[in-house]
Every structure is written in structure tokens, then in C-alpha cells.
Design a protein around this ligand. Sequence first.
Ligand code: 0X9
Ligand code: ZN
Length: 301
Amino acid sequence: AIDVENYHTYEEIMAYLADLASTNPLVSTLVAGTSVEGREIVQATISSDRSANKPIAWFDCNIHAREWITAATCVWIIDTITTGYGTDAEITALVDQYDWKFVPVANPDGYVYSWTNDRMWRKNRAINIGASCVGVDLNRNFPSGFGGEGSSNLACSETHHGVSALSEPESQALQALIAADSARVKSAISMHSYSQLWLSSYSYKTALPVEYPEMLNAMKAGVDAIVATYGTPYEYGSTGTVLYIASGTTTDHYYENEGIVHSYTIELRDQGRYGFQLPASLIVPTATETWNGIKAYMNAI
Ligand code: 0X9
Ligand code: ZN
């Protein structure tokens, strides 16, 4: 078990997942790859029947190191699903319908660094050849629009895209996980913070996907359920129109290259009062409203 009301270190989260996998028959874990500094990138699967090849609800969390609420929310959701299965009718139905897969800490080195050295660290911890600044923005390292607007070739930039698409082992791990399951992935959500937004493709351009009307319906179902929980204001729409242009993101890659129509980025609480340093007292309310949104969205798609 894990204390879901507090933030946890990388080691604590990995120990929790390992314990779940060894004690709960619904749960298994897979090491998808290793980070620049050699840490495991772990995917946890919750499945009531692994041989059934069900459609998958997939999540990557904490690709940006300082966005601690995203790992905390994914851990809270894992805990809620595993404890609710068999007792909560809605959770039981959603687990019987879908396999649920989570990468709770997609950027382990950056996450550890944000605990030990710099709370506001964002990127991974790659050494950039010929530069003194460390780190690649993993959410600029994917192939869709790689190197374009809203990303930088400068090593010291917070949005440094790296030397080439998928140059980073952390991006490669996510890409491999999604590619291995792409025919079954019904939904792929990248968890970020902050701003309270539910975002679709495209991110690297202002053009809208052909399935945009369907995406808007899905996002509306999720956002309506989030807002209905505690009144937290949320907006939704394509990243390029609602937020800003960002090239080389996970969400565009899952949509454009892996054919996953329901590919989104959710920017969790808050809107800047605490920003990335959301107090631990807000983990449970944030996770609760987010989960209500995800349930409604999964039931709508
Ligand atoms: O800029 C980003 O990477 C994300 N915002 S954050 O403050 N968490 O860094 C937004 C990315 C949105 N991308 C897609 N929806 N594709
Ligand atoms: Zn982010």
C-alpha cells in the first residue's frame, strides 16, 4: 500500500508498483527501458484477463520532472482501480471492458533530480554534447513536427528538442510501449501540469485533425465530469488553438503516427497559484476530479 495523500520519491513509487504486482493478481509490471542514468522506466498494467486482448486505456505521467501532481494522480488512480475492482460497480465495469496501463514516472532521472537538486527541473538528464546545459525536453523529442515551432535546438532551452527525434531512451521507451500495443490502444493520455486544460492534437500546427468533432465530444464528456466534481474550471480543445504551438509532443505522435484518435494531454491543477508546486493537500481532490473526468470520457468514447 502507499500513502496516496503525499508525494513520493521515485524509489517509493517503484516499490509500490513492485509490491502491487507481487500481491495483486490484477497487476503486472514491465520494464519498458532505462533512462540516461540507468533507472527503470516501468509500466504497470491492470487487467482482469490478460489473454482477452482488450482495448487499452494508456497513460504516461511525469514526463516533465517538476509536474509531481501527475505521478501522484496516476498512483492515486492505480490505487483506486485496484481497491475498487469487485466492489465499485463502475470501476469493475471499466476494468472488465479495458486493460489499464500506466507509466507513472516516464522521466525517472529528471524526477529524482527535482527531488534532490532542483524542484523546478523539467527535462531529462542527458548530457548535451558541446554544451554546458543538461537535458532534453522529452515532450519535444517525438517525431511529429520534430524540431519545429515551439521547440529549440539550444541545449540550455527548457524546450530543447534533442539531436534527433526519439534520440532519448525515455522517449524510445514510451514510443516502444505505444507501438507494441497501438492496435489495441483506445485512449492514450499524457498527464501534465499545470493549467486545467484537456488538449488534443494538433500541437505542432494550428490545423485541426479530421476527427476533431469526435475528439471535442470526448473532451467535453471528460471536462464536464471534472467541472461537476468541485467546480474546478477547465478548458478543452486542440493544443495549437487553446494553448500554444509545441512540436515533437507525445500526443501528436500517438495520434499521427500510431493512429490513436483518442490521444490527449491533460494539464492538471492548478492555474498558477502554486503552479508546479501544488501542495500535497490538493493531491486527492485533483486526482478525484481527474478520475471522474477520465471515467466519463472512457464511457463516452
Ligand atoms: O509544453 C508542453 O509540453 C505541455 N505543457 S507543460 O506546461 N506541461 O510543459 C503542453 C503540451 C501539449 N501537447 C499536446 N497536447 N500535444
Ligand atoms: Zn508538462
